[in-house]
Write a protein that binds this ligand. Sequence first.
Ligand code: PRP
Length: 217
Amino acid sequence: MEPIKIAVAKGRIAEKARDLLSQGGIAFPDTLFDERKLMISSMDNSYQLLFVKAADVPTYVEKGAADIGIVGKDTIMENGKDVYELQDLEFGSCQLVVAGFPESFPVDTKSLSVATKYPAIAKAYFEKLGIRTDISRLNGSIELAPIVGLSDVIVDIVETGSTLRDNGLVILREIAKVSTRVIVNKASYATRTEVVQSCIDLLKKGVEERRANYYKS
Ligand code: PRP
């Protein structure tokens, strides 16, 4: 049978995905995680992990190059791809926020300049509030933008809050809570329902076990 292909971002998400799968009895050769291989198979060849950039995971899944993707909700929201989102894996939890200097987003704001890695999310968020925006798309070090006058505010993810704190910025509004999710290609779900669902059940079981252990400890 064709293995189930799962697109993941290399690094922490890939390792967590491997751990959840191996908890469910699907083992991957550990050594391959240290190499520069972009695709590895489980020992029983029933699963393949594809290592891609986080922002590309939804594309691989929408186009059917992967049956399943494991990726942050922020990336899913930004990409707006036509896929099913079926499971919250409850790790990588953070907030997607508008941040800036304390007075930089007064209630009667009519227009704002915004720096962000998430232009689509920022555009939709401010449009809903009726605020005109001038959006600068950046690729990192977003917190620098208000400090050097590139933007009034930023739209970014906050995990521990230390980057904001260390740069004198604060959360001004919360846009969404985000965590790592499982997305599924629509055709795969229709034609390979049983195997795809068994993979999701396996991941779900791993999440539930982890949650149970957390509350026990
Ligand atoms: C992310 C995000 C924030 C930071 C938030 O950046 O864009 O800058 O993490 O984390 P914290 O609340 O725990 O401080 P990342 O580390 O991905 O680096 P980047 O600036 O290169 O995007």
